[in-house]
Design a protein around this ligand. Structure first.
Ligand code: AHG
Ligand code: MN
Ligand code: MN
Length: 337
């Protein structure tokens, strides 16, 4: 038994006390995200039992098939977040446009951007999936959220984090560089997220793990191919070799990288010249968590946190993980970005 039991609610209040300027509204926003995560976790863990698997037949703005759990997670988050008066608008991977707050509800000073279910292709085969979230402060006058409130660089995020629905459900979040990264594990028997991973720091030296979909090797640039060749051939050069680990759920691949160290890559290729991962609700939130844990996040040439998206669903190449390995990646591909 841990020395003391700290719920996420207690932790958020303690963090708020350390930042006297923080308003209770921001803490209430994080509680509501944790509530939505509990509801989604319950459904994900019963997915094989209830009629929630499979496809809806719809195609989302990304051109991808929408699965029923995508829809479910989307609806849970919108319904948990739209009426409490914290938000001026929301952005979701599953919605082409900004999600407005209904007139009947009060509006607030924050923007919530989220990927309701990340790793959808893994849902039906019982592989870990997740939810990714990002919180920005409203930056334009007036009550209603606008594009300008959404299209902000990741470095301005007030908070960012993810939920991973795996062998256990964990919520990991940060409120920025000086507040650390903290992990909470859901105890379903009491319905509470309990602090299980205080002050997560990405290990350095890192585990020698690289994580990339090597099936796309032929579509990569020559510098990217040379980087992979280098990582694969370390042993031939007499150095300690690398292991390859690729789950295909960004949240799962990142969570392993955060806890063990290593390098996650989703490079550009001939079919996806900007890579596949979206800036606002995948790359930027995980970049903030990664940097707050002592790692790095690059688009190959610069920090992802400095990228200013032009559109809600803009994509970016992503090199994420232990700083020494992201530096190595940039030394190969930096000249081309
Ligand atoms: P989503 O399910 O939200 O669309 O995200 C899927 C993403 C990400 O989770 C993962 O890293 C990547 O797709 C895997 O893409 P490939 O199958 O091309 O490797
Ligand atoms: Mn995703
Ligand atoms: Mn998704």
């Amino acid at each position: 038994m841990r020395s003391k039991v700290v719920t996420i609610d207690r932790h958020i209040i303690d963090q708020e006390r350390e930042h006297p300027g923080a308003s209770g509204r921001f803490s209430a926003l994080l509680y509501d995200i944790a509530l939505a995560a509990k509801i989604i976790s319950r459904e994900v863990n019963q997915a094989g039992l209830v009629d929630i698997l499979g496809k809806t037949g719809a195609i989302n703005v990304q051109g991808e098939e929408v699965r029923r759990l995508d829809d479910f997670a989307q609806e849970v988050i919108v319904k948990a977040m739209d009426h409490a008066g914290h938000l001026c608008c929301m952005v979701s991977e599953e919605c082409d446009e900004i999600i407005a707050i209904p007139d009947k509800f009060d509006k607030g000073h924050y923007v919530l951007l989220f990927d309701p279910l990340d790793g959808s292709s893994n849902i039906d085969v019982n592989v870990s999936i997740g939810t990714i979230f990002s919180v920005h402060h409203k930056v334009t006058p007036g009550e209603t959220g606008t594009l300008a409130d959404c299209l902000q660089p990741g470095r301005k995020q007030l908070a960012a984090g993810y939920v991973i629905y795996g062998s256990s459900t964990m919520l990991v979040y940060t409120t920025g560089m000086d507040s650390g990264v903290h992990g909470f594990t859901l105890d379903p028997s009491i319905g509470e997220f309990l602090l299980s991973h205080p002050n997560i720091r990405i290990p350095n030296p890192p585990a020698r793990i690289y994580s990339v979909n090597e099936a796309y090797y032929a579509r990569w640039s020559r510098p990217q191919q040379r980087l992979l060749d280098h990582l694969r051939d370390m042993e031939r050069g007499g150095e300690q070799g690398y292991r390859s680990r690729y789950i295909g759920s960004l949240v799962s691949d990142f969570h392993r990288t955060l806890l063990q160290g290593g390098l996650f890559m989703y490079p550009p290729d001939t079919r996806s010249p900007d890579g596949k991962l979206r800036i606002l609700y995948e790359a930027a939130p995980l970049a903030l968590v990664c940097e707050a844990a002592g790692g790095r996040a690059s688009d190959g040439g610069r920090d992802v946190l400095d990228v200013v998206p032009r559109g809600l669903h803009d994509r970016t190449p992503l090199f994420l993980g232990s700083s020494s390995l992201v530096d190595l990646a940039e030394s190969y591909v930096g000249s081309e970005s």
